[in-house]
Design a protein around this ligand. Structure first.
Ligand code: PRX
Length: 660
């Protein structure tokens, strides 16, 4: 089990609890009754939510079809369209003038987009994409910064039933290429660039490089103009968004798809070197996104101003920027840039400016802001806030308390929401009007969700005990598979505990039966709330000609939760002639290898430190013992080495480090 979790140390001593105020509880969207309702009839509960929160073109009669388990199908005979649910129906209901997106550019530019305007823009984009030959079922890769066109592009794809595959703009050309190939995307939607930390940062060159690697089915690249920078142009392939979208008709008949029609693919790191294309379908996903967005954040669409800081390149940006809030008719802030640009109070300034009432962010950001000092948020009026959310990694009680006190003025409930790319939507979280929240705990499965902590043998553990988190009943927003790899889906998630979904997280019940997440138990790291695979970074390192072997671990880090630490063995022999030597040689090697990982995967995967060693600790069967390396990386006494093939290796590594 991953013993690096900051939540673990505090778990035994944390006894604080914060019940909702009577005023909050009295106005909350959801009361404790919903737990009982869902226990009494789980499928009926979800069927009601699906009917109440979505508009169906053909109503469903089947709720759950488990005949193909572990592939579970929801609302199978119903038909609907995601974009229609996110936009058009709000206009039809008379809310076309409501602001959907309050967009703030990093450079201070602003755009206010109403639901009526969004509906027209999505329809135009859908027509333009269809004009480029994209049909229902075709895949479209989206590689965009946080600009409104990113959301428009996703919805336009959804409107014609073309599954989108959003690739985070921080990923490299290599990573983009492999994702385009795997999904066999026919179109890429990108921009000339975006603004980050005060500078224009180009995006299109990565698309050009990715496509130059060949083998793809991409016929067109649709390019949004954002920075105005120069771009290379491939005639016949590349098309400016501005040349086709604004001229396209603002009417488009949505394609009514079956509930199980794929809505999107999103690649995430697993325990092997190859990212998994997690795919989600339409009806169940939207149902749970909409329900959780309303229940967990207590959204009042007429009055709230909601802001989730996630990028659309991650699942949080899909479920709680693009789909959940829009399906619920919310008004939301979308911000292009980083929290420190042009100053460290930028987020709080935005909250003050727009009167944000619900704020959803990641622990790593909260810890960073803590480090900057509370006088920075203290300089802004944050009194509009009423609910705070956290997602992406365990939040340590200290950061939770700071968030509640400094940002929430001791008045806002803090909801720590546990879920995954695979679960599609929030699974374990307090309900702000019901639960007495505890600093650092995600606490309870939501109504309609069945989760248990199991021991090694798959038996449920009791209060006060720890084990592996499993989801014991299918849920509407669950992944439907790994794109193109059904076997890997069954093996990864359903073989550890047959019949139950294995989440890959360690967890523990406290004495009240509340759940505390303890971090990953597999070879997946969580750096700043982003999932990275140890194996994937190892493969990237070994692909460099200087590297013979590599082992990567996630070491606990005060700000980012975990940080990437790599141990590498360099190649000997005469064939390597360009290895830097001399006094600065070591540093030059490390910098080159860090840059190399950045290039293969993306800057987020660059190791915080790289240690050059002569041996790696391995079991007799040859498996790298990452547990021991984690001890070294975290400066702990090295644990049990008795299963090591060569017990002296750890001494060697530690001596080497002591010298270095
Ligand atoms: O380890 C858990 C952690 O993030 C993993 C899922 O990562 P990803 O698919 O990228 O999705 C992140 C955003 C939903 C989980 O397996 N995780 C996520 N939220 C929490 C968390 N760990 C503890 N507490 C959370 N609230």
């Amino acid at each position: 089990m991953n013993d690096a979790s900051p939540a673990l140390e505090n778990l035994l001593t944390e006894t604080r609890a914060f019940p909702p105020s009577p005023e909050f509880a009295a106005q909350a969207n959801v009361t404790a009754d919903e737990y009982d309702e869902a226990v009494a009839d789980r499928l009926g509960f979800w069927a009601d939510r699906a009917r109440g929160l979505l508009t169906w073109q053909t109503p469903f009669t089947t709720v759950l079809d488990d005949s193909r388990a572990p592939r579970y199908d929801w609302f199978t005979d119903g038909r609907l369209n995601a974009a229609y649910n996110a936009v058009d129906r709000h206009v039809e209901a008379g809310n076309g003038d409501r602001v959907a997106i309050l967009w703030e550019g990093e450079d201070g530019s602003e755009r206010r987009i109403t639901y009526a305007e969004l509906a027209a823009e999505v329809a135009r984009a859908a027509n333009a994409i269809a004009g480029l030959g994209i049909q229902t079922g075709d895949r479209v890769a989206i590689y965009l910064p946080m600009i409104p066109e990113a959301i428009v592009a996703m919805l336009a794809c959804a409107r014609i039933g073309a599954p989108h595959s959003v690739v985070f703009g921080g990923f490299s050309a290599d990573a983009l290429h492999s994702r385009i190939l795997d999904a066999q995307a026919r179109l890429v939607i990108t921009a000339d660039g975006g603004f980050r930390r005060g500078a224009a940062s180009p995006l299109k060159p990565a698309v050009d490089d990715a496509l130059a690697k060949g083998g793809t089915d991409v016929e067109h690249v649709l390019v949004v103009r954002r920075t105005g920078g120069d771009v290379a142009w491939t005639e016949g392939r590349d098309v400016w968004w501005d040349d086709v979208v604004p001229h396209a008709p603002a009417e488009h008949e949505p394609v009514w798809v079956e509930a199980e029609h794929p809505l999107f693919i999103l690649y995430t790191s697993g325990t092997t070197g190859k990212p998994k294309g997690i795919f989600h379908t339409t009806g169940g996903y939207l149902t749970q996104c909409a329900y959780t967005h309303s229940a967990v954040f207590d959204l009042k669409p007429e009055t709230d101003v909601y802001w989730c800081t996630a990028d659309i390149g991650w699942v949080t940006g899909h479920s709680y920027v693009a789909y959940g809030p829009l399906v619920n008719g919310a008004t939301q802030v979308v911000y292009e840039g980083t929290p420190d640009s042009p100053h460290k109070g930028r987020w709080w300034e935005i909250i003050q400016k727009y009167g944000v009432t619900i704020f959803y962010t990641a622990p790593t950001a909260i810890r960073t802001c803590m480090k900057w000092g509370e006088e920075i948020p203290g300089g802004f009026d944050l009194s509009s806030l009423r609910v705070l959310g956290s997602v992406g990694e365990p939040i340590n009680p200290e950061a939770w308390m700071w968030y509640r006190r400094v940002i929430g003025g001791d008045r806002c409930p803090v909801v720590d929401t546990w879920w995954q790319t695979e679960t599609g939507a929030i699974m374990i979280s307090p309900l702000p009007g019901v639960t007495a929240t505890k600093p650092g705990s995600a606490q309870v499965p939501l109504p309609g969700i069945s989760a248990r902590i199991l021991d090694d043998a798959g038996e449920p553990v009791g209060d006060g005990q720890g084990g592996y988190l499993a989801i014991t009943e299918p849920w509407p927003a669950m992944l439907r598979g790994i794109w193109g790899d059904e076997r890997r889906y069954a093996e990864t998630y359903w073989s550890r505990f047959p019949g139950r979904y294995f989440a890959g997280d360690g967890a523990k019940y406290d004495d009240d039966g509340d759940i505390w997440l303890l971090g990953r138990v597999d070879d997946v790291m969580n750096v700043s709330g982003h999932r990275l695979s140890t194996t994937e970074i190892e493969s990237a390192l070994v692909a460099h000609p200087w590297v013979a072997e590599a082992a990567v671990v996630g070491a606990s880090d005060e700000t980012t939760g975990q940080a990437v630490v790599a141990f590498v063995i360099l190649r000997g022999g005469d064939e390597i002639t360009d290895l830097p030597t001399g006094e600065d040689g070591g540093e030059a090697i490390v910098q080159t290898l860090r840059g190399h990982v950045g290039q293969v995967i993306g800057p987020i995967a660059k190791p915080r430190s790289i240690l050059v060693v002569t041996e790696l600790p391995k079991t007799r069967s040859g498996k790298i013992m990452r547990r021991l390396l984690r001890d070294v990386a975290e400066n702990r006494a090295v644990g049990d080495v008795t299963t090591l093939a060569d017990g002296g290796v750890m001494d060697l590594i530690q001596q080497g480090l002591a010298k270095g």
